[in-house]
Design a protein around this ligand. Structure first.
Ligand SMILES: Nc1ncnc2c1ncn2[C@@H]1O[C@H](COP(=O)(O)OP(=O)(O)O)[C@@H](O)[C@H]1O
Ligand SMILES: [Mg+2]
Length: 401
């Protein structure tokens, strides 16, 4: 039986966050509610989770040597009750694999963070090893290969750097002549410069969902489906529960169980955001996050246990018996131009709408455009919750101070 100790004392359970954004901030809050000591790391100072953590370190998460140094220092060599929790994709995953081999716990599991960091890893696992249905796809390392790949999957097609997130470098080609621009855009948007893209057939889905799936001590549980809208590959709005036919829901859960089961084996623990495209009763696997998902922020109001609380419970082998849900919605609050020290107008107006909540992440600056907060609402129906969350978000303006 795990003993829960006192933060900042030798008995403390420690959680080391690699990446300290808005999702990490909520994970930190949930962990702290159980008396866990939280150490937050990110590449810039005053990242959201750092602002509430017990301690923080500023360095690039791709710096494996630095990760090791912090792990060794913070754990003082202790492997039990010390959890390394990746919060972003771009991490020195080889170092995580080594640390895990040496006995440290990586959430959900080092191999899962490595496989999902690269679209090629997770797509091959899902489609080729596990034989799950996906969009038709090819990988390409040059414009010529992209042209051949696009011919194979057909037009329109979606082109994405193999290492990217939040829609960076992603574009749609409607005809062969578009490919040159798409290739260039992908090469500029890639985070790791793998020089590689995935080209996928464009799926004309009825809707897409995130099926939050949690692997805990007693097995696998699902949250109610989260529906969402993405613009340019970036999340703008989500809601829960999204209605699905019994057949489609069953298929979605089976896909989630297959891939999460494979990634976790016997020892992996944590929540996953399994992204699925649905057309009629057909369900396709798209991709997955081995951590809380941005579209899942709605669970901060729609579930009594948010996706972050579920993540923490799973990490600590605590019971997850049922996951009740009521209608809720979330709308991203965006800033549209670069600025330091942003200011938020309209929060009081937003909160005049009954059943509405606002979370401001506290990001110290904006470069280009950035998600800065989220408006959340509950309602008798999802439609009502969406309307309220949208109205609340529209009230809030991020401006220069
Ligand atoms: N093959 C596809 N067909 C149609 N829409 C797609 C396809 N791939 C991605 N999209 C849209 O773009 C969004 C972002 O793509 P995704 O692969 O999830 O990238 P990211 O890692 O940036 O989230 C998806 O949620 C979906 O709305
Ligand atoms: Mg996605």
């Amino acid at each position: 039986m795990r003993r829960f100790g006192t933060p900042l004392k030798s008995s403390a359970i420690k959680l080391l966050l690699l990446g300290s954004g808005e999702l990490g901030k909520e994970v930190a809050i949930e962990a702290m509610r159980l008396g866990v000591e939280v150490v937050a790391c990110d590449r810039y100072e005053n990242a959201p989770a750092m602002q509430i953590a017990h301690r923080s370190y500023t360095f690039n998460m791709r710096d494996g040597a630095k990760i090791r140094e912090v792990v060794e220092k913070e754990s003082a060599g202790r492997r039990t009750n010390f959890f390394i929790v990746p919060e972003i994709e771009a991490i020195a995953t080889d170092t995580l694999v080594e640390l895990e081999k040496e006995g440290w716990r990586v959430i959900p599991k080092a191999s899962a963070t490595r496989l999902t960091m690269d679209r090629q890893g997770i797509r091959k696992l899902a489609a080729e090893k596990l034989k799950l249905p996906t969009s038709p796809y090819r990988f390409a390392s040059s414009l010529e290969e992209l042209e051949a790949g696009a011919r194979a999957v057909g037009f329109p097609c979606v082109i994405k750097p193999t290492m990217s997130s939040s829609g960076h470098g992603q574009s749609v080609a409607r005809k062969p002549a578009d490919l040159k621009k798409c290739w260039k855009f992908a090469m500029e948007g890639t985070r790791a410069h793998t020089g590689k893209v995935i080209v996928e057939g464009f799926i004309n889905f009825d809707y897409e969902i995130t099926l939050l799936t949690v692997r805990h001590a007693k097995g696998i549980s699902y949250c109610a489906p989260v529906g969402h809208i993405q613009i340019d590959g970036d999340y703008r709005e989500s809601w829960q529960p999204h209605p699905m036919t019994k057949t489609a829901l069953k298929k979605a859960q089976t896909i989630a169980k297959t891939v999460v089961g494979e990634l976790c084996g016997k020892t992996g623990r944590g929540i996953f955001g399994v992204e699925l495209f649905v057309k009629g009763d057909n369900v396709l696997f798209s991709e997955l996050s081995p951590r809380p998902h941005d579209t899942g922020m709605v669970t901060m109001v729609s579930q009594t246990m948010s996706e972050m609380e579920l993540h923490v419970r799973a990490i600590l082998d605590l019971p997850i018996l049922e996951i009740p849900c009521k209608p809720g919605a979330s709308v991203a609050i965006l800033a549209w131009k670069s600025m330091k020290n942003p200011v938020y107008n309209g929060i009081a107006e937003a909160l005049k709408i009954p059943g509405t909540h606002v979370r401001i992440f506290g990001k110290p600056e904006v470069i280009g455009h950035r998600r800065m907060g989220v408006a959340l609402a509950t309602g008798k129906t999802v439609a009502e919750a969406r309307k309220k969350a949208m109205a609340a978000a529209r009230n809030i303006r991020v401006v220069t101070s």
